[in-house]
Design a protein around this ligand. Structure first.
Ligand code: AMP
Length: 179
């Protein structure tokens, strides 16, 4: 496997001022034009959690749905969708969390997460950690144990990593961007 970090960095497109001025958006879509890169990324994302008795992978709406199910298959675990409010049928549980401006609500189907589940929360990118932290809170409210977090990309100039460490110290990221 030729240096995966380099190949991922080359595949991720940086788009200035999207979706709002001042944000340098990391577009992961070109990665999905390269089947070998999809395969290799899924393998390394999954490998980190082998032998850790994961029972469910949570994927966050919507880019967490790209690798989340592939990780679940590799780990012989279930996959749980955590979605923006209003997309899932009842009965759901929800968590509201703060954004830079205003707030957001995410939810999952209640019966998808059970007491005793050992959960990895996966998303494409870790920025402030607000979204992944809220998904972890949702899982914990249903009696599950969050054993860690998984991301393709980490924006290390923000403090999301530190925020999530207070929930679980096991945070696996394939690629760091320092700016
Ligand atoms: P946060 O809750 O601040 O960690 O934000 C994480 C969510 O916002 C992820 O689902 C990302 O898809 C998205 N996101 C935040 N910042 C960026 C960025 N610079 N480029 C691409 N996606 C981003």
């Amino acid at each position: 496997m030729r240096d995966l970090t380099q190949r991922l960095r080359a595949a991720i497109r940086e788009v200035p001022d999207f979706p709002i001025p001042g944000i340098l958006f990391k577009d992961i879509s070109p990665l999905f034009l390269d089947p070998q890169l999809i395969r290799d990324s899924a393998a390394v994302l999954s490998q980190h959690w082998k032998e850790k008795n994961v029972t469910k992978v949570i994927g966050i709406d919507s880019r967490g749905f790209l690798f989340g199910p592939q990780m679940a298959i590799a780990l012989d675990a279930g996959f749980v969708m955590v979605r923006k409010k209003g997309k899932l049928p009842p009965e759901t549980v929800e968590v509201t969390y703060e954004l830079e401006y205003g707030n957001a609500t995410i939810e999952s189907v209640k019966e998808a997460i059970q007491p005793g589940d050992r959960i990895v929360v996966h998303d494409d990118l870790l920025a402030t950690g607000g979204t992944a932290g809220a998904a972890a809170k949702l899982a914990a409210s249903l009696g599950a144990e969050v054993i860690g977090f998984s991301f393709l990309v980490h924006l290390s100039f923000l403090d999301g990593y530190e925020k999530l460490q207070a929930i679980s110290p096991d945070i696996h990221c394939l690629l760091d961007f320092a700016d």
